[in-house]
Design a protein around this ligand. Sequence first.
Ligand code: GLN
Length: 552
Amino acid sequence: MAKEGHKYIFVLGGVMSGVGKGVVASSVGLLLQQKGYPINLVKIDPYLNVDAGTMNPTEHGETFVLRSGLETDQDMGNYERFLGRDLTNEDYMTSGMVYQSVIARERALEYGGKCVEAIPHVRDEILHRIESAAAYNGSRISVIEIGGTIGDFQNALFIEAARVLKMNHPEDVLFMMVSYLPTPGTLGEMKTKPTQMAVRDLNSYGVQPDFIVARSKEPVDEKRKEKLAIWCNVRKDRIISAPDISSIYEAPLNFEKDKLGDAVLDALRLPEKKKASLTAWRKFVRAAMDTKAPEVSIAVVGKYFDTGDFVLSDAYLSVIEAIKFSAAKLGRRAKITWINSKDLEKGGSKATAMLGKFDGIIVPGGFGESGIEGKIKAIQFAREQKIPYFGLCYGMQLMVIEYARNVLGLKDAHTTEIKKSAAHPVVDVMLEQKKHLAANKYGGTMRLGVYPAYLKKGTMARAAYKKELVEERHRHRYEINPAYVGQLEVAGLVFSGTSPDGVLMEIAELPRAKHPFMLGTQFHPELQARPLDPHPLFTEFLRAAVSNKKGK
Ligand code: GLN
């Protein structure tokens, strides 16, 4: 049963994918939150994967890990960044998750001998999950993004669940369709027909949109708004023009200008509690978009670069955003260059020397063998040439391997992820991970989510965070082998962050006297960087990169 008086906004996509439903959902969420309503954002992914952890980032984009450890779609990262708060397991669902619950219940005879069907059983499980999210998060309004496009087979059951919710609570549910208005080159004119067809398609589900967010290259003019209003049966003032923008963070500012927040509250019959305060947000957007700000150039050395029509930056989305937030804070414009680590392997020392022109180098997270020797070369170069280096997860493990090989002289130092028989397994599989791997249990079994770390006094990490105890999000199976910690420390490496029992190495760094910034984290700091609250380690890394630039 729905929570009394709770409101639901379903965000759906028409015409095609990639029109920015996630940005619309996040922006609406932010505006309503700023207008005084506790809100929660829910992402529905229609695929059968039980979570997003088993998907290849080159095809699907990065896996975003929640505080709880749930591995989710990258859209959840955008939600958290817009709302400025952590989301919970209730805020995410996939078809796989929904079916898994229904099937488990069927196996446990919980359906009393009935034939278990998509309708009502699967639909009701979806409704139940939407309700749990509303209840668990104490929100007043839920913004729920249904993945995919109207007309897909895969998301039909979710739309059907939304229709039933609306039927039972006509005043509390509204539908926002994010659509696309193409301007074909041959015509040079913006066309509304595909959107009209998408609405007709949605109507065939028994659903009428209350709002249309019209995405297009240029703003939608009055004439076309009128046309859409008549043919799509949507009030003209509820057709919102959303032309292309250069930064997704501008979207809430534009929507507020167009009074989308007020229109939504009006449609939900809710009073405006207070004017949306977007001052801090506006300030951030101004800084982030300042094209005149001096540049700081960062090389990201990774491997997820080589697939067809995939958007490269999606594989490292949170890393890019974290860099941008800290750069904006420092009044700089970050220029990110992607370096394929395999090219460093092929190109020899000349290719590696090219890295010298960058102000800072990042090796982000990753899995498997491909490209890792190239990454290790990049790390060695950064260490020897004193270029600020920041290693994230795999980037930290490889930093330690590089140190063991080239400073400690353990030539065969390696991770057992790649070389099981390494004479010096400096990075080794965690004990509890061994049984998962032996049983081929890959999904959701890594060390995931938030764990505490204690920071050593007098280290760069401690100075950056300005506190002793931090909590950061993890996603890994391997760790620094405790058997090598002593030797590495004697050789000058500092483990500045460890698990409370001192067993797991969470941060490795070189003392500032030896290197301006050489630091790696076993966790993923990028997952907790927010526009209005940049991550301190990214900020310190960029600060060092800026000084390095000056020194050149
Ligand atoms: N492959 C490494 C591990 O599993 C690092 C993982 C990562 O970078 N997220 O431990």
